[in-house]
Design a protein around this ligand. Sequence first.
Ligand SMILES: CC(C)(COP(=O)(O)OP(=O)(O)OC[C@H]1O[C@@H](n2cnc3c(N)ncnc32)[C@H](O)[C@@H]1OP(=O)(O)O)[C@@H](O)C(=O)NCCC(=O)NCCS
Length: 282
Amino acid sequence: MYSMFKLEDCLVRPSCPADRKDLIEISRGIWEGNDYLPKILDRWLQEDWFFVCEYQGKVIACLKLTTLPDNVLWFEGLRVHRRYQGKGIAKLMNHQLMRFAQQLKAQNPQLTYEFCTYYKNVESLAITRKMGSQEVEGYYNLERRGLVKTLQPEIITDYGTDIFCNHPQYLPLNWHVVHSVKNSLPYIRKHATVFKGKAGLYLVGSIGERCITLLSDLPDDLNAELPYLQSIFGSRKRMSLTLPASMSRQIPRLEASKFYFWGEDREVALNMLVFRIPAQQL
Ligand SMILES: CC(C)(COP(=O)(O)OP(=O)(O)OC[C@H]1O[C@@H](n2cnc3c(N)ncnc32)[C@H](O)[C@@H]1OP(=O)(O)O)[C@@H](O)C(=O)NCCC(=O)NCCS
């Protein structure tokens, strides 16, 4: 039997390398063990603003703040140990980190708070809705079974703001979403690769779970593109492609090439949502 949980005994503090073991344990109970946290953990433990919640000497939750270009403070990696969910810990972490964020905003009034989540993450949506979050962008993220064949794509380096042509406001680098402004280009160069398939232009981020973002229009011969996309994931591995909301009419063509929406019911929907949390609501 567990003794009665006391939220007031929770300590939210910056993480340290010794928290690694507890954080891995948290991720084991999340998304049936398919959590990306273990892959990014060592990086986050070395970065600023990776916070944890300690309870009775054990780390039971975490939340990361990351600086993105154009004065964005990005909220990510919120996790609560399965055994401790539904007790107000995520809410506590969000509120404490919001207080911290407000201190950063006092130094930089242009700072905005943003995050991205899956459209059916009810817990995450419920918490952030109560914080006044507003949906600012949505994407279609589709998956496809891997092919055996891969072809090496051409890496493009001489790009500029032209990569934003189908992404006028925001551009996804995997599940990080940056503002489509010139100031974002150095970050994009550092944290993403732009490449060409047979006809299409794409981008893939270097942080977190890989999803290719379509930059150009969808090529006419989609099947000819597939080996180039596959090379990003490796032969036979499941691939993932993100399209802007403006390409809704292309979904049937993607489905004809065996792309599908993930989730139990495979519903066609803008499943990757970007939100902004207004500071004045806090
Ligand atoms: C999402 C997650 C962090 C929530 O943690 P938690 O500690 O259980 O959440 P809390 O107990 O603080 O709940 C916060 C609020 O969300 C609401 N909420 C929680 N679960 C909910 C659900 N299934 N449906 C609707 N609202 C829900 C609660 O009502 C609560 O609001 P209230 O206290 O004002 O009523 C946790 O479930 C988790 O780790 N999930 C897996 C990882 C994940 O999805 N992370 C977010 C990625 S963006």
